[in-house]
Design a binder for this molecule. Structure first.
Ligand code: NDP
Length: 313
């Protein structure tokens, strides 16, 4: 059986951006419906402790924090569907959103908060130790490794920036780079090469991350000399890029070459009036829970104003 319903405001995604949009939309009486997606709670549900979200002086576990977000959104009446969006049709308003390839939701306004996913190397040990020394966010987790030795994989601006960030906290930072040069900008390269406790290992790949309960070392290989080596480290950071979860919007919404949604600066407006984007799906620069939440708030306010202007709310 398929269903069809009509709503004022549909939020796609359930990370900090989506839930914050829901809290604001629900409190503005827009009766939002949220399609939570395949990873309810988003990227924070795969981290452990969060210490940099304001309001939690003692820190909080990522999954628990997202439960707080969810409860707050539901308290004001957000209708959450534990499901995923399979396709959209933004050719005219109300917009058509298909859920699990069968059910249709028509919505006067759409808030996209589908986030981004970190790219991973694909090693089984990386998955096993994720949150136990393996991390894709130095700014989030670097603090746990202060005065320790860590490694970071990647040679782009993110890896370079995170390596220098980690170098301030940690004893030693190994930067594992698969080619003979960095992709990062010259300015970032300069910073890396002028930081004494960063050692760049060129032409190097990771064979395995080692450790039973948490990371204790990593086995690496120089792909030119075939020489293998074990790095004694307690933190293993992966910074090989992110992928915004925007595939289903291709052809409808303007995006950059990496797939990040384009919004009109200073707003969450996309190229289609009535469709708004917030959080990591449109932000490759900051990518923090608190900035995502802030832009979720902006999206709900933008959506409310749009509905009011159209006489729909
Ligand atoms: P990038 O795609 O620029 O770089 C990814 C890096 O990871 C490259 O060095 C790449 O190697 C390496 N890599 C990719 N896959 C693997 C793999 N499987 N194994 C090992 N290494 C791998 O991503 P970033 O996140 O660094 O940057 C994204 C965008 O954001 C860029 O445009 C960047 O300039 C921008 N940015 C700007 C900042 C700033 O201006 N302050 C800060 C952060 C990001 P290879 O080079 O061989 O492909």
């Amino acid at each position: 059986m398929t269903t069809e319903e009509k709503k004022k405001c549909l939020i796609i995604g359930s990370g900090p951006a989506g839930y914050t949009a829901a809290i604001y939309a629900a409190r503005a009486d827009m009766q939002p419906i949220m399609v939570a997606g395949l990873q309810p709670g988003g990227q924070l549900t795969i981290t452990t402790e969060v210490e940099n979200y304001p309001g939690y002086p003692d820190g909080i576990q990522g999954p628990e924090m997202m439960e707080h977000f969810r409860k707050q959104a539901q308290r004001f009446g957000t209708d959450i569907r534990w499901s995923y969006v399979s396709s959209v049709d933004f050719s005219k308003a109300p917009f058509k959103v298909v859920v699990e390839e069968k059910d249709t939701i028509m919505a006067d306004s759409i808030i996209i908060a589908t986030g981004a996913s970190a790219k991973w190397l694909g090693l089984p040990s990386e998955q096993k130790l994720n949150g136990f020394g393996v991390s894709a966010c130095a700014v989030c987790d670097g603090y746990f490794f202060r005065k320790q030795d860590v490694a970071i994989v990647g040679g782009g601006d993110t890896a370079a920036e995170e390596a220098t960030y980690l170098a301030k906290l940690c004893n030693k930072v190994y930067m594992i780079v698969r080619r003979g040069e960095l992709r990062a900008s010259k300015a970032m390269q300069h910073r890396v090469f002028n930081t004494p406790n960063i050692e760049v290992l060129f032409n190097t790949e990771t064979l395995e991350i080692l450790g039973e309960k948490s990371v204790t070392s990593a086995a690496i290989v120089n792909i030119l000399t075939k020489e293998e080596r074990v790095l004694d480290i307690t933190g293993f950071f992966v910074a090989i890029g992110h992928q915004p979860n925007t595939e289903i919007f291709k052809g409808w919404l303007d995006m950059d070459e990496q797939g990040y949604l384009k919004t009109i600066p200073g707003s969450t407006k996309t190229n289609i009036p009535g469709v708004f984007a917030c959080g990591d799906a449109q932000d490759k620069t900051y990518r923090q829970a608190v900035t995502a939440a802030g832009s979720g708030c902006m999206a709900a306010i933008d959506a409310e104003r749009y509905l009011a202007e159209k006489g729909l709310h």
